[in-house]
Design a protein around this ligand. Structure first.
Ligand SMILES: [Zn+2]
Length: 324
């Protein structure tokens, strides 16, 4: 997928803002974003990764200086830790994780778009959804598919030292275990429930920590424009997923999305549900159309989608991500 707040060169030939008055350059000047400013910045942070203490035993690792603003969440138990996404793969994430904990790490991805699996190859223990889509994405994303994400205008300032912008790609990886809906992952003193939440991609998962009222939503929900235009997105599935998540939202305190804001108060999913119903009613016009993408602003929720997706269509997912 492409940027959250703006479309940059991976998606278009020139920088174009989706929503007036917001551009990545402006965001760069005002980092950290408001939600992250309220959290404690951990000593484990580096020049590239900002690590926020987002809750007791939850460390949110943010890549603020690249327009995706991807977030990987490290969830600690007493016996082991789960790393929910591994970021862009622009710089190694494992050294950061090892600054936070020496517990054994298991990786699980919120979904297998390139901006969430970039560091998978650094880890030995990886769980995944058993799907052709996921397995195809395990081959890694080639430089030409994601070169726009390391173009000069993709960063706040210069590209980080240690990144070769001419060869940047994500390495292949493999899973050594599979998860399915309803499965529990016991970290020791912290139980996580896996929810298979297709929609944004066929292999999207959410994690629930019921005891603490925490919900990790991946790209199903984050505090920014919601991207629902990839051919692998299925709006019927997404609608069912949002309905399912809303049903548990009254027991949730905080939502942890995979871009931009590390943690937001629960309640947003109900707003997405209401706005999504209006989007799908066909009675609302997009505020903008850019290269086949349609941008909607509905009661405080912004969607970036397509005519294809709105017609309930979905591309062939067996060959992995479209690169969009
Ligand atoms: Zn995604």
């Amino acid at each position: 997928m492409c940027s959250m707040l703006v479309i940059l060169s991976s998606c278009m030939s020139e920088e174009t803002t989706y929503i007036e008055d917001s551009s990545f350059a402006d965001i760069c000047k005002n980092l950290p974003v408001e939600a992250n400013r309220k959290l404690t910045l951990s000593d484990a942070s580096s020049d590239w990764f900002q690590v926020y203490e987002a809750y007791e035993g939850i460390y949110s690792i943010v890549e603020s200086y690249q327009f995706q603003m991807s977030i990987s969440h490290l969830i600690l138990g007493e016996k082991r830790a789960l790393l929910f996404d591994t970021g862009m793969g622009i710089l190694p994430i494992k050294p950061i994780v090892e600054r936070i904990t020496n517990l054994p790490i298991t990786v699980l991805n919120s979904h297998t778009h390139f901006d969430h699996v970039g560091g998978n190859a650094e880890f030995a223990e990886i769980l995944a959804i058993d799907s052709l889509y996921t397995k195809s994405n395990m081959q890694g994303f080639k430089h030409e598919e994601i070169a726009g994400d390391v173009a000069s205008d993709a960063f706040c300032g210069e590209a980080p030292i240690g990144l070769n912008i001419n060869t940047y790609h994500t390495r292949s990886w493999s899973a050594n275990g599979y998860v399915s809906d309803g499965q529990e992952i016991d970290l020791g003193g912290r139980l996580l429930e896996v929810m298979h939440v297709p929609g944004h991609t066929p292999d999207a998962v959410a994690l629930v920590d019921r005891e603490n009222g925490l919900l990790f939503t991946g790209d199903t929900y984050y505090d920014d424009n919601l991207w629902l235009f990839s051919p692998e997105t299925n709006l019927d599935d997404y609608t069912n997923t949002i309905d399912r998540l809303v049903k548990i939202e009254d027991k949730i305190k905080y939502l942890f999305g995979a871009h931009t804001s590390a943690r937001v108060d629960a309640g947003k999913l109900a707003q997405v549900k209401a706005s999504l119903a209006k989007l799908r009613s066909g009675n609302i016009s997009p505020v903008k159309k850019i290269d086949g993408r349609q941008i909607y602003q509905i009661d405080g929720v912004n969607f970036v989608t397509s005519k294809f997706a709105l017609e309930g269509k979905q591309g062939d997912t067996s060959k992995g991500a479209s690169g969009l």
